[in-house]
Design a protein around this ligand. Structure first.
Ligand code: FES
Length: 115
């Protein structure tokens, strides 16, 4: 099961060991269950309040996760994703470093989530 290191400049880092069944949970749900104060509002990929930066803690390259259309548009609106990056992600299976915590489903990789 993957480890998720939640990091914020004003709070102590916290590592959460994702448990069985977490592959159906979003990073926001896991954060809330573990009392990690990630901002959120809609929980539906529309408001952009839960913006986080995601990097892999594993030696291997990050797994790309598909962005939904609404997540993609919010990230573009927030200036965190360009059309060129979208094109690269689609062709090269390139993961986006900026994500919405309410839209990321945990996969089998250790992550750092900066919020
Ligand atoms: Fe609104 Fe995630 S809480 S986009």
């Amino acid at each position: 099961m993957p480890d998720i290191l939640f990091s914020h400049p004003s709070y102590k880092n916290k590592t959460v060991y994702a448990t069985a069944g977490s592959h159906t949970e979003t990073v926001l749900q896991i954060a809330r269950e573990n009392k990690i104060p990630i901002n959120f509002k809609c929980q539906d990929g529309k408001c952009g309040k839960c913006l986080v930066k995601v990097t892999s803690l594993a030696d291997k390259e990050r797994m790309a996760g598909p962005l939904t259309d609404k997540e993609r548009s919010v990230l573009v609106e927030l200036g965190k994703l360009t059309q060129e990056q979208i094109d690269t992600m689609l062709v090269d299976d390139f993961p986006c470093e900026w994500r919405l915590a309410c839209q990321i489903i945990v996969r089998d990789e250790d992550l750092m989530v900066e919020y």
